[in-house]
Design a binder for this molecule. Structure first.
Ligand SMILES: NC(=O)c1ccc[n+]([C@@H]2O[C@H](COP(=O)([O-])OP(=O)(O)OC[C@H]3O[C@@H](n4cnc5c(N)ncnc54)[C@H](O)[C@@H]3O)[C@@H](O)[C@H]2O)c1
Ligand SMILES: [Zn+2]
Ligand SMILES: [Zn+2]
Length: 357
């Protein structure tokens, strides 16, 4: 006869993409994400992706991200467990994870500035563990998750975690794109392309995309750009004068380097709006000596994701083809390879890489 031996309690583990300082990352075991606070939900990730910002982190540009952090702030998955005070979601719900976590209750949230939530903001894959993992803990789940609409493929839905709200809110809305406007978008990466697609909600007359990557410029044309300019081959200011006469009504900056803000200032028409989206690490020159009398408006913004419910409706209606942003597919467990591909975007002709669990 055998006596039952009590096994030592094992901590559940999961696989995750972990940052170990600049240039160092690994797909390794971590304790499985679990509910900590009553307002948390744990999501089992079924689709995730990598952001340009994750590459900034890998270069060591984002000092708030420390050794041991699981990266990723974009994802779709199934609710695995919920805290006792979560009201809007239950186990098994298919959900979109917002890149911005927000309590919905603080003064900033009440003003629609979820990005500056006093109890959240951009924390996923930054101050807390993120979505490039088998499971993720989402604080303030009621306000930070969205029910997945029926019939929308996950590889389209995941583009609404970050890039579409960002291109739309920071670029199109802040730039106040209107019917008939002449619009230039500087940078045709995923964010610039998301601005390009959502600017078309408003029927601008001209949509001019500027980049040096001929493949991305070609993609821009297929996504609705009326003109493209390769800034390494053509003089941007001269070409814009030819196309517009006086300059553009809206210049959307979607790069994050000083020269792209210089471009916006050189091509803006009187009364125009310059909408910055890029994350900048260096000071830029602001040419007030040229712009003081031109009645221009310059805006900056960290994405608030307040337009996510609206974008979900457009996505469900079939009027936004978000799926075409995904150019490469990988298994989530191949995320290390996916980083290599995404890190060589020009050579690999990559826009977004889709990671499937
Ligand atoms: N404000 C926000 O809330 C927010 C949110 C997400 C991302 N971002 C930022 O938006 C920016 C764009 O993101 P992405 O993922 O599309 O980046 P990306 O690096 O994939 O794309 C940038 C594109 O700009 C082009 N480029 C480089 N220098 C240029 C120049 N001088 N003029 C014109 N084009 C130039 C590159 O060839 C590339 O195609 C990044 O800085 C990212 O960190 C901001
Ligand atoms: Zn991002
Ligand atoms: Zn808040």
């Amino acid at each position: 006869m055998t006596t039952a031996v009590k096994e030592p309690t094992k901590t559940a583990v999961m696989k995750a993409l972990v940052y170990h300082g600049p240039g160092k990352r690994a797909w390794e075991d971590k304790p499985k994400a679990a509910v900590k606070d009553p307002t948390d939900a744990v999501v089992r990730i079924t689709t995730s992706t990598i952001c340009g910002t994750d590459l900034h982190i890998m270069k060591g540009d984002v000092p708030t991200v420390t050794d041991g952090r699981i990266l990723g702030h974009e994802g779709v998955g199934l609710v695995e467990s919920v805290g006792s005070s979560v009201q809007n979601f239950k186990v098994g719900d298919r959900v979109l994870v917002s890149c911005i976590t927000s309590c919905g209750k603080c003064d900033y949230c009440k003003r629609g500035m979820f990005s500056h939530c006093r109890n959240g903001g951009w924390i996923l894959g930054n101050l807390i563990d993120g979505t490039q993992a088998e499971y993720v803990r989402i604080p303030h789940a009621d306000n930070s998750l969205y029910k997945a609409p029926e019939g929308v493929p996950e590889e389209a839905l995941v583009m609404l975690s970050d890039i579409f709200p960002t291109g739309f809110e920071c670029g199109v809305l802040n730039g106040t794109v209107k019917p008939g406007d002449k619009v230039a978008i500087v940078g045709s990466g995923p964010i610039g392309l998301a601005a390009l697609l959502t600017a078309q909600f408003y029927s601008p007359a001209l949509l001019i995309l500027i980049d040096r990557d001929d493949n991305r410029l070609q993609v821009s044309r297929s996504f609705g750009a009326t003109h493209t300019i390769n800034y390494e081959k053509e003089n941007v200011a001269e070409r814009i004068q030819q196309l517009t006469g006086e300059g553009v009504d809206v210049a959307i900056e979607a790069v994050g380097v000083p020269s792209s803000i210089d471009t916006c200032q050189a091509i803006i028409a009187p009364g125009g709006h310059i909408a910055n989206i890029g994350v900048h690490g260096k000071p830029v020159e602001f040419h007030l000596e040229k712009l003081w009398d031109r009645n221009i408006t310059l805006t900056t913004r960290l994405v608030d994701t307040v337009t996510t419910p609206m974008l979900l409706k457009v996505l469900r209606s079939g009027k936004l083809d978000a799926r075409k942003m995904g150019t490469h597919n990988f298994a989530l467990s191949d995320v290390m390879k996916a980083y290599d591909t995404f890190g060589n975007a020009a050579k690999e002709k990559a826009l977004k890489v889709v990671l499937k669990a």
